[in-house]
Design a protein around this ligand. Sequence first.
Ligand code: SF4
Length: 588
Amino acid sequence: VLSKRRRDPTQLLQILREVQEQVGYIPPPALTAIAAALKLPRARVEGVAGFYSFLHLQPVGKYRVLFSDNATDRLLGNLDLLGTMCQKLWVEQGKVSEDGLVSVDVTSCTGMCDQGPALLVNGRPITRLTHQRVNEICELIRSRRPLSLWPQEYFRVEDNIRRKDDLLNTVLEPGAALAAAMALGPEAWLGEVQKSSLRGRGGAGFTTGVKWEACRNAPGEERVIVCNADEGEPGTFKDRVLLTSYPDHVFEGMTLAAYATGARQGFLYLRGEYRYLLEPLEAALQRRREAGLLGQGIRGQAGFDFDIEIHLGAGAYVCGEETALIESLEGKRGTPRIRPPFPVIKGYLGRPTVVNNVETLAKTVLIALEGAERFAAVGTAQSTGTKLLSISGDCAFPGIYEYPFGVSIEQILEDCGATDVQAVQVGGASGTCLASYEFHRGIAYEDVPTAGSFMIFDTSRDLFEVARNFVHFFAHESCGFCTPCRVGTSLLQNFMDKLATGHGAKYDLADIEWINRLLKAASHCGLGLAAANPVVETLIKFRPAYERRLQSLDFAPAFDLDQSLAEARRMTGRDDADAHLSSVEAHR
Ligand code: SF4
């Protein structure tokens, strides 16, 4: 691994990942060897390896099975299937089987919600799981059959494109958009992007032209373009489809950004769950190099040099935040940075850096081909163009839908065959939960913004359990850097579990609201700020789902204190009869 990679600290995460692909985990001598080769403290190498949930410092099963555990996977019975697998393989969830053959556990949303329930086996996705398929997988594991000999249709991932509009209908001749932009020159091309009012499709909605201009004007010699393909928001999978079937749109968009800003270096940061896309994307890059669309003197223009490297993530939702992503690209733990300075001024290795979402970059191709005016004529005043939605949950036709901005929730529900809908979670776990009286509202930055996730829940679903799933997700994904988020998400999770087990009291609801205020006031990044949203919103809009779980008592403890102390009493041999809760209550 070391011989194939640059001896440079920015390669650390990629080296760790590749060692694990070969050995199955990262053994201590590998940590030492990597630290020596990269001239890094061993503690730093171990700290990075320990941060990412797909990296392991201890042996894991020869077959590592991870069931996707988004709220929509739950609707499709993923836990039931997981139980069946554990039973058949004689393994406890989260443990390695005694013979070291297999481990089975859950992981955050794998981006396959349109074809769930899904799992990853040694990093490769298997979708459309049924009990029969789980039984077949158990047989293959028991017979120790290598993954290369498993039926290849297991690994088929569908695009499920259901509605095309401007972007998905555009067939791109590689280089055509670049030719159009180069005919204008970099300043005029940047002007076109600004005129289009294109806004970032990753959720925040920042104006792309403004971002590019800030990077272009920032002091420094080297500039960088980063495509954020760390599509980790639960329920989002539209970037998966763009990367699968429209890679030239994405890479051409990155090159268009480089042309406008003067960047020479580009990265595509691909989420670890999409590892299976690495080889096809590398092949697409190679084709573009051979066609003179990447590398030195692009399209024959001296001085226009730009190339793209793909970096893989390793299972950390927080790396979707642009500064955490840059830290990860630099081979570090994915901890969000303090801003300012913003990445456009000081990003990757201190260089001015543009970080754009996959869909945003693909959209710039349309602007180059058809012009800013044509682009801005679609959508609404503050949200120009179209938006890709990843639709999943209770509907007949889950998949990818492209709509002009402004489309109403009602229209989308009708198109995807959803009936009897109780709620729609728009924008993923950190987004907004809309009740039926809000379905007249529209998808747009000025109304209901979204990075693309659109999860539907019909009236048979328990919104409390949906919110509990999201809260567990945030507690798992908190990077632990700041105390309010690290502790707050964990407390929130405990409160929700307490309510779920019937130990909740009305004061717990007040405490949840207090934790929400704390998270909003003191969290360092968007994860902590949004972590309580799913609970707070469902508490307001679907309060009966909470109230029916409350005890009539003012307070009910979440655990049995006497029982918790029993082991300590046994070990110390000290058991004062007056120090039991029952005797304290008797004295009252
Ligand atoms: Fe990390 Fe949470 Fe703090 Fe963000 S808010 S930096 S995820 S601990």
